[in-house]
Design a protein around this ligand. Structure first.
Ligand code: GCW
Length: 682
């Protein structure tokens, strides 16, 4: 049948590495999972499906340990065999969701034990074990221990109730509200499996630009049906809470967070939700941003708004994820400063079950942004990361852009909040400020397309998000390697070719869209192609000219003391670095500085020449990716080969469009010729 990518990275085709296959067949004789919780049954089912497929033979489910080579999975409570291993000390270290995978012996028989404290830990361990086979690792002497570094690893779906998806490029919303609660599409289960396989344990079903209707009984029973379907896979459901819901669906006159009636309304609403969904995760809120209602409508603070909702869900152990992406109606002097200015003074004022959800950068999911200055600046408040998996500003559904290197760059960035080594990752996982509550969110790129993500390579970003949420210290390279092996092939030449494409792809997109720290110069509103010339919108920060500030003297946004002084929001060593163009990493140069066209950059070239050559280099890298991909013909299946080939053609065309349009526009200011090596626009 046609290979359409539906199976994602959970492809369990028989391995074609003959030596490994032989080893595995010899080593694995059966699957023994004691216990009958839905989650343990899900683990058993996955192991059965995975091993049957990968080994190309039926691997029997057994109830007794009669032969060597069993995969024994369970918790000490569910499984006497796991209990007999006496590994409680080790288990204690991996916590609620972690697991151990051990080559050991039970009753004198060699087994592989997948042990955890909870059923969901067993499920995660089972997926890990399957991954070892999918990536043809040696499984003879396993001693693996793994546990998540962040507590809540959550997808944010920007899905509307009419099934359109804001910034979604992969079809419509997966949630078929019309057929819910009665019809449970297999796709919901496969969605939950895919998430569990990478440790994602939460999903916010609805758009942050929220519709209060989802909080009505009519919808809550549908939400319950989804929650029931996801539960065996450890996936909790969350909803977005529209701040004005008490008015819109509650019949109240106000949504003022200090009004006792409003508070009571939310408490009752929370109880109603929990009566349907006892393990409901909580609320995600976008308030006082881009026209969304919020506490500011009543002259209350974000903290007062968040705390009201936090109090409503606290008795049920729910959390509130309150977004810091605030973007007011009045254009500020520098939009990049707004979130910090509004939130930093509120540090310490939030309830214990509130997280503030911060985008990776201070503007808006640009192809590249320096890390958000809020990270490290609110030590009393757990800050969670919000990454955007969907490629709103990165070529949307047709450009190949592997985003893990960008996320890694942000996570590894040093805030210096508590001296050297205070990385963003440590803020997010809670270790820097000793928060036990921690989380990471990814705005989903998933829809009803057969391959889930529109672009086959979009799957890699979903995968990488989950892996990084589990462990923000993983490298983008190792994640890419795993994904390629699971998704395409274990053959060395295929892995290394695709890996090179992936690891260069993000930089290529940055180069042909917004090199050297340029930002927000894309087409107005849809954000797809170039639009550096956009002006005359009714607010300044909806224009491109606001962000690049090109004139005859130069280009770039001055965020130093002579400009908006946004640099002052960073800790001193970082501030100092970003204040001085000589010290600012070149990739952020025009983010922080307005520089003359003849400014000398690191290469010794003028800024203008460098800019032009960067655009060209973005185009060149896409062409290089095309050549690499073309050489893989026959080594990957024809359907996915053709799909990616076609999308790379679109990407090349778009990259040229970006280069030509943007350079022609900037040339009207720079009045300099294109340097040698840059193709002339036709
Ligand atoms: O990235 C911008 C998008 C909006 C989005 C907003 C947000 C959900 O252009 O579509 O709205 O950010 O993150 O709230």
């Amino acid at each position: 049948y046609a290979e359409d990518g539906y199976r994602l990275w959970l492809r369990y085709d028989q391995l074609n590495d003959a030596a490994r296959l032989k080893d595995y067949r010899k080593a694995i004789s059966g699957i023994l999972v004691d216990g009958d919780s839905p989650t343990l049954l899900a683990a058993e089912k996955e192991l059965k499906m995975g091993l049957d497929g990968l080994l190309g033979k039926a691997v029997p489910l057994t109830e007794k340990l009669t032969r060597k080579g069993a995969i024994v999975a369970g918790t000490p409570e569910s499984s006497p065999l796991i209990r007999s291993l006496n590994i409680n000390d080790k288990l204690q270290e991996v916590g609620e969701e972690g697991y151990l995978i051990l080559s050991t012996t039970i009753n004198g028989k060699k087994v592989t034990a997948i042990a955890a404290n909870t059923a969901v830990g067993v499920l995660y361990g089972s997926f890990h074990f399957l991954r070892l086979l999918q990536t043809t690792q040696d499984i003879s002497r396993l001693s693996i221990s793994s546990s998540p570094k962040t507590e809540h690893r959550v997808l944010n779906h920007w899905d509307n109730l009419d099934r359109t998806v804001e910034r979604g490029y992969a079809g419509f919303s997966l949630w078929d509200w019309h057929k819910l609660p009665d019809y449970i599409d297999q796709r919901y289960i496969d969605y939950a499996r895919a998430n569990a396989s990478i440790g994602i344990n939460g999903t916010v079903l609805t758009n942050v630009n929220a519709n209060a209707l989802v909080l009505t009984e009519e919808y809550l029973i549908k939400v319950k049906a989804l929650a029931d379907a996801f539960r065996p896979y450890g996936l909790k459901v969350y909803l977005t809470a529209r701040f004005s819901a008490p008015i819109e669906i509650g019949g109240l006159k106000t949504a003022d967070p200090v009004d006792p009636q409003v508070q009571q309304w939310w408490k009752d609403k929370a109880s109603e939700i929990y009566s349907h969904i006892p393990d409901f995760g909580g609320f995600l809120v976008k308030a006082d941003s881009e026209g969304q209602p919020g506490p500011h409508n009543y002259k209350r603070t974000h903290a007062e708004g968040a705390n009201m909702l936090a109090d409503a869900v606290a008795p049920h152990k729910g959390i509130v994820m309150w977004r810091a992406f605030v973007y007011s109606h009045e254009a500020p002097d520098d939009r990049a400063k707004q979130a910090y200015n509004e939130f930093k003074p509120l540090d310490g004022k939030f309830r214990d079950n509130v997280l503030v959800q911060v985008k990776n950068g201070a503007i808006d999911f640009q192809p590249r942004e320096p890390f958000h200055p809020l990270f490290g600046a609110m030590p009393e408040t757990p800050l969670m990361m919000e990454f955007q998996i969907t490629q709103e500003y990165l070529g949307q559904g047709t450009h190949l852009a592997y985003l893990a290197p960008m996320w890694e760059e942000v996570l590894d960035a040093d805030t210096y909040a508590k001296g050297k080594g205070s990385t963003v990752a440590k803020v997010v996982d809670g270790s820097l400020d000793n928060h036990s509550l921690s989380a990471m969110a990814g705005v989903a790129n998933i829809g009803t397309d057969r391959n889930w993500t529109g672009h086959q390579f979009g799957q890699a970003n979903w995968y990488a998000f989950g892996r990084l949420a589990w462990n923000p210290y993983l490298s983008s390279e190792e994640i890419a390697e795993e994904w390629i092996k699971m998704t395409f092939s274990n053959k060395e030449e295929v892995v290394s070719a695709i890996k090179t494409m992936m690891l260069n792809s993000h930089e290529a997109v940055v180069n042909y869209m917004t090199p050297l720290g340029l930002h927000h110069i894309m087409g107005w509103s849809h954000h797809y192609g170039p639009g550096a010339w956009i002006k005359d919108k009714h607010r300044a920060d909806w224009t491109s000219v606001y962000y690049h500030k090109a004139d005859e003297n130069g280009v770039g946004f001055d965020r130093t003391k002579t400009g908006s002084n946004a640099v002052a929001q960073y800790f001193p060593p970082v501030e100092e670095e970003f204040s001085n163009p000589e010290k600012t990493p070149e990739k952020y140069l025009l983010w922080f500085h307005h520089l003359p066209w003849d400014y000398k950059v690191e290469s010794g070239r003028t800024l203008w020449d460098e800019l032009a050559l960067r655009y060209q280099s973005g185009v060149d890298t896409v062409r290089q990716m095309q050549r690499t991909w073309d050489a893989l013909e026959g080594k990957v299946d024809p359907e996915r080969f053709r799909h990616v080939k076609t999308f790379l053609e679109i990407q090349e065309k778009d990259a040229e469009w970006w280069r030509d349009a943007t350079l022609l526009y900037f040339q009207t200011f720079s009045k300099r010729p294109l340097p040698e090596g840059v193709e002339k626009p036709t």
